[in-house]
Design a protein around this ligand. Structure first.
Ligand code: CP
Ligand code: NVA
Length: 308
């Protein structure tokens, strides 16, 4: 039984084997209606709880569809409607859920909630986003890069904007998959130091560059995300927009990257804030492939967690 809590706490070999499994499952389903089961039904007879303490479109639907394609069943639970949101401890919730279900996916606020769930559950726990990280997203993003351009190892990835949870998982992935990573954004919104240290210790280059036009020179992949995350206070919005306006990914910025550079955004996007519609819908963009690949990557993650 394995938990999938973060990219940096999962071995590089296991991440690579999940990536291979995701590609294989996607290929095996090519042109098949989405509601049909996979040939392989490893989750047959298994029940998966999907807990959301924050909103979600992609994570919710891709996990739900993925479990069903693998032959399992799901229940989608909103944190607010559970006793968890009304004072029951995380530890007790974990112990109880483990008596009913075979796997727990949770999207929550504090990382500590996820860690406690994993500590007290006797079934695997998957991180579906915390304030700190979003590992399932980055599994889909690495898969998407490699499906379009081949191995990501040795490539240059540039993140423009807020050094948030998705950015942190990208930096973990730089260390584990062996690519260089440049953050371009204001100093106050730089990504966390421990993630940077982790990746540097793995031998990749992690660079901070205040100048977006300079940062994207030679980029193989340009990535951004919302300027205000779900856990950020609404009051931060105006200041963030003022701080980040200069880091918008637009056609002028993309033109500084390599001609065949890809553009990614985990979505949901605020079009014409962090990225223009011309870029989102333009020739470099693979944003909807990323969204699709959540499905395939997470199926691989669930199989790995359950040893199936
Ligand atoms: N990218 C992502 O996790 O999207 P949702 O918030 O819609 O799940
Ligand atoms: N950084 C964003 C990602 C949403 C999928 C957030 O946490 O709101």
């Amino acid at each position: 039984m394995m938990n999938f809590l973060d990219i940096h706490t999962t071995s590089a070999a296991d991440l690579r084997s999940m990536m291979n499994s995701a590609h294989a499952m996607k290929t095996a389903r090519k042109d098949r209606p989405k509601g049909t089961p996979d040939d392989d039904q490893p989750l047959s007879g298994r029940m998966v709880a999907l807990i959301f303490e924050k909103p979600s479109t992609r994570t919710r639907v891709s996990f739900d569809v993925g479990v069903r394609q693998l032959g399992g069943q799901t229940m989608v639970l909103s944190g607010k409607e559970m006793q968890l949101g009304h004072g029951e401890t995380i530890a007790d919730t974990a112990r109880v859920l483990s008596r009913y279900v075979d796997l727990i996916m949770i999207r929550t606020f504090e990382e500590q909630t996820l860690l406690e769930m994993a500590e007290y559950a006797t079934v695997p726990v998957i991180n579906g986003l915390t304030n700190r990280s979003h590992p399932c997203q980055i599994m889909a993003d690495v898969m998407t890069y490699e499906e379009h351009r081949g191995p990501i190892a040795g490539k240059k990835v540039v993140w423009a904007g807020d050094g948030n949870n998705v950015c942190t998982s990208f930096i973990h992935a730089a260390g584990q998959f062996g690519f260089d990573f440049t953050f371009t954004g204001p100093e106050t919104l730089e990504p966390e130091a421990t993630a940077i240290r982790f990746a540097r210790e793995k031998g990749v280059r992690i660079t901070m560059d205040r100048d977006p036009a300079h940062a994207v020179q030679g980029a193989d992949l340009v990535v951004t995300d919302t300027w205000v995350s779900m856990h950020d206070p609404e009051s931060a919005k105006e200041r963030r927009h003022n701080q980040l306006r200069g880091y918008q990914v637009n056609e002028t910025l993309m033109a500084q990257a390599k001609p065949d550079a890809l553009f990614m955004h985990c979505l949901p996007a605020h079009r014409n804030d962090e990225a223009t519609s011309a870029v989102m819908d333009g020739p470099h963009s693979v944003v909807f492939d990323e969204a699709e690949n959540r499905l395939h990557a997470q199926k691989a993650v669930m199989r790995w967690c359950l040893g199936l």
